[in-house]
Design a protein around this ligand. Structure first.
Ligand SMILES: Cc1cc2nc3c(=O)[nH]c(=O)nc-3n(C[C@H](O)[C@H](O)[C@H](O)COP(=O)(O)OP(=O)(O)OC[C@H]3O[C@@H](n4cnc5c(N)ncnc54)[C@H](O)[C@@H]3O)c2cc1C
Ligand code: FES
Length: 513
């Protein structure tokens, strides 16, 4: 961002640039005063918007133009170029838009545009209740207000913290490189300012889909017209002696993360049980704090089940280069004080233990209410469950994915947010199918890995580039069909793969509900 004496890079758009410098379908970064601005020419029209994504500041000019939207290269957020609106998560805040015109062969940016307030929609007495204050729940509440929903919005969460940027908890925040104010998705005041009744430390015990009544853990009852279930997933616990010790942690919530950080102050050695995303991201965060890290896991290669052998080997080598010691094809049988005993009998010293052996979707509420369940809450493409007016989104939802042609359930931040947004639009009466290609990212030290699509199995892996040189696109195919693409520092390829999958699914009509 422009600050202090640092001048924003690129041409000054108020002075104008030759029109020939911005060909159809291209983008160009420059500035207007201290504001970094991106110009785009698409479909014969000119657009001028903020140059950086409102999620983590990704450079939008390196992204992809699709119709009148731009997709961010880093985590695939989408922005409407005309209005600046964050059209798809993970970005939630809009870009600023400027007036731009072409005169006598010169493109000139003039003033900032003022966007009109949304038109109020829905009935003022309509009640939407959201169970869960995580990715899906928050994104739903946010878009309801952003799109002018007039009724009441209540968000119930059994967490003690207001919605947080959960992916950060195993990355920069755990590593100590993210300031505290990066963690909340919005300030505490934002909820009241937007008439969202956020109740923290509030357990939802049950609901009745017919009478549209919800029962809280303290016995109170709440009526609703539409309900969104967004209860997420919880870490799997290990049933071994010592798993309940105070130096043994799982990582899901801000308070879990704070408890780990508090113990890192005096910890010299840590054992991470599980070579999962959370386990390995935690390992890299702990290495940034100079803690010795041992990873114990049953598999032969970390993350091979998701990424295949080549990326699995790369991830192992990357962590080893940073000093992590792996104990693979092994497990932990007991933790006694600071001593961890492995399956093969070997002892490891650990001041701190993090268990990252996977998560389980929180399905109890949906099961008790008699909703259709199939290893997740079954929803249609509008995210509606088997009970009319009851929606589900995020880690608990199994939806008909038009890209793979299967019903799938994933545990990805961006998917959860977009499903929350989709459910919200449908709840407020705007019919919206969920069609996005599943996307997730993972960060290990300075290496981001992006993944688009969904491949539970594959029969061929094609590699373009060089995995070990951190410059690759890895394509997973089944019966010749492209199922998923993982990439390192090939953001444009990742965006194009997601778009191609969505277009292909659109043509083939996807699958029926
Ligand atoms: C540390 C960490 C790092 C991650 N990093 C990434 C990443 O880099 N990329 C990626 O794609 N994904 C990542 N994920 C996964 C991602 O965070 C999840 O997929 C996403 O949060 C799911 O959103 P959700 O809304 O379904 O559930 P959650 O975000 O878990 O929210 C569920 C909410 O429901 C509440 N709740 C549950 N039951 C009840 C009840 N009975 N009553 C009241 N409230 C209830 C919980 O308190 C919580 O507020 C990460 C997850 C973790 C834990
Ligand atoms: S920085 Fe743009 S989506 Fe994350």
């Amino acid at each position: 961002m422009a600050s202090g004496d640092k001048k924003p890079a690129g041409p000054d758009f108020t002075k104008g640039i030759p029109a020939r410098d911005l060909a159809e379908g291209t983008m160009l970064s420059g500035h207007v005063g201290d504001d970094e601005v991106m110009l785009a020419r698409q479909g014969g029209k000119l657009f001028a918007v903020s140059a950086h994504c409102t999620h983590y500041h990704g450079p939008l000019a390196d992204g992809l133009l699709v119709g009148e939207t731009v997709r961010c290269p880093w985590h695939h957020a989408r922005f409407n170029l005309r209005t600046g609106e964050a059209a798809a998560a993970p970005a939630l805040s809009p870009l600023t838009c400027w007036q731009v015109e072409e005169r006598d062969g010169t493109i000139v940016v003039t003033s900032k545009k003022v966007q009109p307030a949304p038109t109020a929609t829905g009935r003022a007495n309509e009640r939407i209740v959201i169970v869960g204050g995580g990715a899906a729940g928050f994104a739903a509440a946010e878009i309801l207000r952003r799109r002018g929903f007039k009724g009441s919005v209540t968000m119930l969460s059994n967490d003690s913290a207001a919605p947080v940027d959960r992916p950060n908890l195993s990355k920069d925040y755990l590593a100590g490189s993210a300031p505290e104010d990066w963690v909340p998705l919005r300030s505490d005041d934002w909820y009241a300012e937007n008439s969202i009744q956020l109740s923290l430390r509030t357990e939802v015990a049950a609901f009745d889909a017919k009478s549209k009544e919800l029962l809280l853990g303290d016995g109170r009852k709440i009526q609703f017209d539409k309900l969104l279930l967004a209860t997420g997933a919880e870490p799997v616990k290990l049933d071994i002696p010592g798993a309940d010790q105070t130096n043994v942690h799982t990582l899901r919530s801000l308070s879990d993360c704070r408890a780990i950080i508090a113990q890192t102050k005096n910890a010299k050695r840590a054992v991470v049980i599980g070579a999962s995303f959370i386990g390995l991201e935690s390992a890299s965060a702990l290495r940034a704090r100079d803690i010795e890290v041992h990873v114990v896991a049953p598999e032969k290669r970390p993350l091979e089940r998701v990424f295949g052998p080549q990326l699995g080997d790369f991830i192992r080598a990357l962590h080893e280069d940073h000093g992590v010691k792996f104990h693979l094809e092994n497990g932990v049988t007991a933790i006694n004080g600071n001593r961890v005993t492995l399956k093969n009998g070997a002892p490891l010293e650990a001041d701190l233990v993090i268990i990252g052996v996977g998560v389980r979707p929180r399905l109890t509420l949906a099961e008790k209410a008699g909703l259709a369940i199939d290893k997740g809450v079954t929803v249609d493409r509008h995210m509606e469950t088997s009970a009319p007016g009851i929606y589900a989104a995020g880690d608990i939802a199994r939806w008909p994915d038009p890209i793979s042609g299967e019903r799938i359930r994933v545990e990805h931040w961006v998917v959860a947010e977009r499903q929350g947004q989709t459910a919200a639009l449908n709840m407020m009466g705007v019919p919206t199918p969920f069609r996005s290609a599943p996307f997730f990212w993972s960060q290990h030290y300075d290496v981001p890995i992006n993944y688009v699509g969904h491949a539970e199995k594959w029969d061929a892996i094609d590699i373009e580039g060089d995995v070990m040189k951190r410059d690759c696109v890895v394509r997973y195919r089944l019966g010749g069909r492209l199922m998923a693409v993982a990439s390192i520092y090939r953001d444009k390829d990742s965006l194009e793969a997601g778009l191609e999958m969505e277009r292909h699914a659109g043509k083939s009509g996807g699958m029926a509900d």
